[in-house]
Design a protein around this ligand. Structure first.
Ligand code: NAI
Ligand code: MG
Length: 338
């Protein structure tokens, strides 16, 4: 039977990178029973909506999903299915590790884990139009919600992660100088939690704009970063750029009762269907999923196989300067795992 996991191939490059990831997972020798479900654009056509009840029911049963990217229309149209899934299963921590794989790039030796609060802030979706200057759409407003409980659990998650992974420092990123209540609460709670870990894990505080600059100037100073939803969204894309781009950046959405693993990147419509996407981000997300399942040895094998394929075998997709197709790259990694 093996591990029962919900599989959502997703939109755009999703099906291509999912196929490659499944081959790599099979090569570990572990047994998986995949419950394939629809989500996003793919679901609208055949299931009538972007987040079908069958998909939700599957995750309620398995408590675990591997998910390809889902397209979200910009501006108008349905709200993000990704955000809806995080909310439905209370996946409060978004874990996004980034590590240098290809040596000799602009930055070497990057090893940063960003923990993003995944449910609150400006992503609660409380937006509205207000009349202004006689124009019904003359003003737009958005509410940011930060709670003590939500802040505490994600900050505690970051400290516990640091402790169990032998990391020494957590940087709390905020904007409490301007957003005195919302960002201020997050910072206050951070100081309280940090006091409990004194002598084991250190915390330092950084204002988000300075953090964005420091990441480019001296990324090696960062270890674990914990921050609110929007800042985490932006900084994690920036951090992925330090290690070779979105094609190499995995993520996990983790809650008390379940988890969804996915790439940081989106559906990449510009290269979808061409067979050239880099499946590494989703494969690395699958490796995080193996860790989560208590199969850390298999997770390590997958991570080592990615590094060996890219560095020693020099098999690379186009985003990394190579010519390998998604399938060729996935097959090469699978051979290294087996
Ligand atoms: P994107 O991440 O899809 O693409 C940004 C750039 O990176 C593009 O040039 C793309 O070709 C490249 N890229 C991304 N992944 C790659 C890979 N694996 N290999 C090689 N190149 C890669 O971001 P974009 O274009 O802003 O968003 C497209 C759609 O994806 C939108 O509808 C957005 O809402 C959605 N999205 C979904 C996410 C999710 O499902 N978790 C996360 C981010 C965006
Ligand atoms: Mg993002």
């Amino acid at each position: 039977m093996g591990y029962e996991i919900t599989l959502i191939p997703g939109d755009g490059i999703g099906p291509e990178i999912t196929a490659a990831s499944l081959k790599v997972l099979d090569a570990t020798g572990l047994k998986f029973s995949w419950d394939r479900q629809l989500g996003g654009m793919a679901a609208i056509a055949s299931a009538g909506g972007p987040l079908p009840e069958a998909t939700l029911a599957s995750i309620r049963r398995t408590h675990l999903a591997l998910k390809g990217p889902l397209t979200t229309p910009v501006g108008e149209g349905f709200r993000s299915v990704n955000v809806a899934l995080r909310r439905e299963f209370e996946l409060f921590a978004n874990l996004r590790p980034a590590r240098t794989i290809v040596p000799g790039g602009r930055y070497d030796g990057i090893d940063i884990v960003l923990v993003r609060e995944n449910l609150e802030g400006l992503y609660v979706g409380q937006e509205r139009w207000v009349e202004r200057d006689g124009d019904a759409h003359g003003q737009a407003e958005s509410v940011a919600v930060v709670t003590r409980r939500g802040s505490e659990r994600v900050i505690r998650y970051a400290f516990e992660y640091a402790l169990t992974h032998g990391r020494k420092n957590v940087t709390l990123v905020h904007k409490a100088n301007i957003l005195k209540l919302t960002s201020g609460l997050f910072l206050d709670v951070g100081r309280e939690v940090a006091a409990e870990y004194a002598g084991r894990v250190a915390m330092n505080e950084l204002i988000v704009d300075n953090c964005a600059m420091q990441l480019v100037m001296r990324p090696e100073q960062f270890d674990v970063i914990v921050t609110t939803n929007l800042f985490g969204d932006i900084l994690s894309d920036e951090i992925s750029g330090l290690v070779g781009g979105l094609g190499l950046a995995p993520g996990g959405n983790i809650g008390a009762h379940g988890a969804i693993f996915e790439a940081v990147h989106g559906s990449a419509p510009d290269i979808a269907g061409k067979g050239i996407a880099n499946p590494s981000a989703l494969i690395l997300a699958a490796a995080m999923m193996l860790d989560y399942l208590g199969e850390a040895a298999a997770g390590d094998r997958v991570r080592r196989a990615i590094v060996a394929t890219i560095v020693a075998d020099r098999v690379r997709t186009r985003d990394l300067g190579g010519t390998a197709t998604t399938e060729e790259f996935g097959d090469a990694v699978a051979r290294r795992v087996a």
